[in-house]
Design a protein around this ligand. Sequence first.
Ligand code: ADP
Ligand code: MG
Length: 250
Amino acid sequence: MVVAEKVHKSFGRLEVLRGIDLEVRRGEVMCVIGPSGSGKSTFLRCVNHLEKVTSGRLWVNGQLMGYRQKGGKLYELRDTQVAAQRRGIGMVFQNFNLFPHMSVLGNVMEAPVQVKGEKKNEVRENALHLLERVGLADKAASYPRQLSGGQQQRVAIARALAMRPDLMLFDEPTSALDPELVGEVLDVMKDLAEEGMTMIVVTHEMGFAREVGDSLVFMDGGVVVESGAPRDVLGSPRHERTQAFLSKVL
Ligand code: ADP
Ligand code: MG
């Protein structure tokens, strides 16, 4: 579902990603951990082409993100074509990023109606079903400000799912939540994983990584220092940098 090949990303002289190679198979959950500033968010943003890679390639669901290959040459896609690629990828951010002036239902309906031009009745039905799935059927008419952080994040997940993505990207989805609200969001993510969604999850929740992750990647300084089965990486890290990081967070 996702293949990253020698992905480099620089901002001016700052090289943030320094050759990332990794693969996520369909239906798998890959968790990504690493210190602040190691390039985790930048990598996620490259996956859905919110950032252009400086070099290297990223395929999602068999499509080369941002480019078309023809006769061994690469041609940059136009914005509308990139937007079409991006539609298959849902993203959930640390700070929910809900539309404050729209109801919960409105938030979940917005993209399928505006971007995909789907029929409102069908979109509404699906949106209500998704809200039920994240345990918020009774909040459809509420506004984001009336919800707790955990509820807002569950709406954000429902909103991303409304586009029927093949891949979901989560960037520290529980980092902005009060501790007692973390579990309800992780439970929704766990359900999603069990239903077979392919997911890349940047997180500090080692319990989630261990229990739900099929693989775990430790990033530091813009490279993948170590990756493998979560229990191996967490239980017997091979690299000193991984050990040092885990000793601080576990
Ligand atoms: P992480 O998510 O692991 O904390 P980030 O990917 O957010 O790390 O950032 C990695 C580095 O890239 C940081 O030094 C950050 O300041 C820098 N960076 C991220 N985005 C930009 C940008 N748009 N312009 C310049 N520097 C950036
Ligand atoms: Mg980040």
